[in-house]
Each structure stands twice: as C-alpha cells, then as structure tokens.
Design a protein. Structure first.
Length: 318
C-alpha cells in the first residue's frame, strides 16, 4: 500500500517513520472511505508531499502555517477552483486524522477558501434536458456496437441520475431486471460512507420505447455480454472489449461526442434534476434518485426553473 502514495516522490527524502505512517494512513483510508473518494485523496496528498519536500516543510504531521502557504499556492500558482482546493485540503485532513494526528487544516484556512468561493462565480454543468438528449440519440447509429453502448449509457445515465464514476463502475452482478424496470446497486459511491450500497430504480419509458433506458441496456447486453462491468470499451473497429471497463473520463468523452463540448458527464445528472423538476417531481423525489445527502444541490440545479415557476411579473399584466 505504501507504493500507492510514494510514486513520483523521492523516497530518499521521506523518513522511515513517515513511510510507516503513510502506509498505515493509506490502508485505513482504503478501508473506511468510499473507493472514488480514496482515488482522489491519494494523488492529492501525493501532490502535497511533493510540495512540502520541494519547500522543506514537514508533511506528516504538517503545521497550520504550512497549510496556509499551500492553500495560497493552490489558489494563486495552480489557479485551482475553490472546490478543487477543498478536495486537496480534505485529503490532508483525512490523512492526518486516519493516523490520529491533529488536523492542520484550521478554520482560518477554511474561511479563506469560503471567501474565494463567494468571490468566484459558480460554474454549473449544462443540463442534458430531454429534448437535447433525444435529439442526440436520434443521430446515433444503433446498428453499431458503439452506438448501442452509447445510447444505453446516455439514457441510463440521465434516468439513474448517476455520477460519471458511478456509471463507469456499474457491475453486471448488481443489475436486476424485473417487470417494474431495472434496479442498479452502486457500491463505493460518494455518499455511500458505510459501504452498504446505493440502490437506483430505473423505470421503463412506456411513453416512447425508443428512448427507454431499460430496453437500451438490454439491447446492449445482448451484443456485449461483458465480463464484469456493464459499460466496456469499444474499439474503432467496433470490437467490444469485454474485459476493459470505461472510466469516468471515457464517460465524459462519450457525453461530449454526442451532446457537444458545452456538456460534460455531469450534465446527465443535472439534466435529470432540472427536467424531472420541470415535469412535476418533488425535490425529495429528485434527491432520492440522485442520492444527495441534502436538498442543497437539488435547489441549486433547479434554481433557474424556480425563477419562472414562482415569478410574480405576470401578475402585473392581469
């Protein structure tokens, strides 16, 4: 496990005690943290180690002064967004707490990041609404293996309100078909802290079967017959590589290739929230499908719809 954290770092500059702490920290983080979160924390902390070694700072334990300098470096030199800076600071805090060291990320540093967040405009993924999604699907050549895969991925991605990492991580063994639709269980999700799994219910589209996610997934499975993961790589010669699953970046590229560069993998998730809200779904229903811990993100995504739904200007014309 130690190698996971010391790759690309000069290990001669790391003491035996620090190596031991790193190995212990990585092991505990992998055991207690959602898999996708751990994948972010480890490279983020590696970046912090490299920064500290280059500048002569201790990294485990690190001091609050070092964290303040690092936060400024991330903001001014790396020009990272406040959200990305928070991810890096969370990694540092987690590595320290995992080995019972005092968290060096103070409230003062957190307030600085919050201030940056207030000063920087929020960028939200462009929602993939049903009209945009269906237009894109109409243009997909579903006679090809790639077309069948992409159609299934886009439809289930929206209706399941999946994160792109969740889409890439869907396993065949965690998919159950029934007369009601498709049930997908996701393990290692961002909000699945206990590792119990998050269950998503995908209902069939009985209004227009052409855009039915359940039917699209079944058609993909008939030709793909993947080994473990639902969505796998398809070569430029349209050959299905059953043992090579997609990753989050691949999902992002697929979305952009069909919807356009203005969209991203997260557009599927945002699109579901906005479209379902405009079609009458409650905030609680949307929150449940998206597996959000609170309704804060649902409110943020549907804010633009609310502007028109609860607007008083029309009363002036009466």
């Amino acid at each position: 496990m130690q190698n996971l954290i010391t790759v690309n770092v000069d290990t001669q500059l790391i003491t035996a005690e620090q190596k031991s702490l790193l190995a212990l920290a990585v092991g505990r983080i992998l055991d207690t943290t959602a898999a996708n979160t751990a994948k972010k924390y480890i490279p983020n902390f590696k970046a912090f180690i490299a920064f500290c070694i280059e500048n002569g700072f201790e990294f485990l334990p690190a001091s609050p002064d070092t964290i303040e300098i690092y936060q400024k470096h991330l903001a001014e030199i790396c020009r990272y967004s406040p959200a990305t800076i928070q991810q890096h600071l969370a990694a540092i805090a987690t590595f320290h707490s995992s080995v019972d060291l005092t968290n060096p990320v103070t409230k003062r540093v957190q307030k600085k990041v919050t201030k940056l967040k207030r000063e920087q405009p929020q960028h939200q993924a462009k929602p993939a609404l049903s009209s945009t999604l269906y237009d894109a699907i109409d243009k997909i050549d579903t006679s090809s293996n790639k077309g069948k895969r992409d159609k299934a991925l886009l439809l289930i991605g929206v209706i399941g309100c999946f994160r792109r990492s969740e889409l890439a991580g869907i396993k065949i063994e965690n998919c159950t078909f029934s007369p009601k639709g498709l049930q997908v269980t996701i393990f290692g999700s961002k909000t699945d802290k206990g590792g119990d799994g998050v269950i998503k219910a995908i209902e069939p589209n009985n209004v227009n079967r052409k855009y039915c996610p359940v039917k699209a997934v079944q058609e993909w499975l008939l030709v793909a017959q993947p080994d473990t993961y639902l969505f796998t790589t398809v070569t430029k010669y349209d050959t299905i590589q059953t043992n090579k699953p997609l990753d989050g970046q691949a999902v992002n590229r697929i979305v952009k290739s069909h919807l356009g560069d203005d969209f991203s993998g997260h557009s599927l998730r945002v699109g579901f929230a906005v479209q379902a809200y405009e079609n009458g779904a409650s905030g609680l229903q949307i929150q449940k499908q998206g597996a959000w811990k609170s309704d804060a993100m649902v409110k943020r995504y549907t804010e633009a719809s609310d502007i028109w739904a609860n607007n008083a200007s029309s009363f002036f014309y009466r």
